[in-house]
Design a protein. Sequence first.
Length: 249
Amino acid sequence: MSLFCLVHGALQGTWCWDLLIPYLEAQGHQTVTMDLPIEDPSATLSEFADVVIQALPKTNDDIVLVGHSMAGTIIPLVAEVVKVRQLVFLGALLPSPGVSTIDQFAHYIDADTLKSFNYQPKEPSLLEQFHSEPNMYEPASLGKDYSDPAVLMEFFYHDCPPNIAQWALSKSRPQQSLAYIFETNPLKALPEVERQYIVCTNDRIISSTWSRYAARHRLGVDAIEIPSGHCPHLSCPEQLASILININS
């Protein structure tokens, strides 16, 4: 049986996996979660990865790292240090060695907005590879105030049952670290381990068109699709558990 290490995305924490875990453990799998230090404005990607590494047992050799959204930039760093069997990117950003996330889609953002971010572009030759890709983000999601519950409801929890959405809103954590957007990823290359990508077909934040493209062209796999918004672990946890178990059987 596998150990599923579940790494949360922005604004969330260990709580966000509470609905998914029973379905995984009912089939004999183990799970581990952790709270990333997202409230710390200075927290780096490597520091996030260290928190994940510290949460992992030292004896299990069948580790599946599942990274949601922001955590797509973190789980490959963990796999450089810890032996893992598989990386699963769940509606996730994908890192590219030597560039930041914003480097990957800056060509879709107007100059005034980039200036407001104090964005310093890298050498054009490093970024040309991204110009043929679809936009990573759904345009309507950019620039929103995600501390506003109405915004969170519209973009994160729109397809969750009302009671689950309200619970999630009550548990939301402030996202102060923006390393996943602005920090140059320290990877030299993606780890040579098995990789899967689960695309959320009704995602209002990460573009499903980009997700399918990136899965094929960057990871070399066909994306697995789940008909959900950005947080299938909250909106359809049983279906997500079935997918995770099937791709690891």
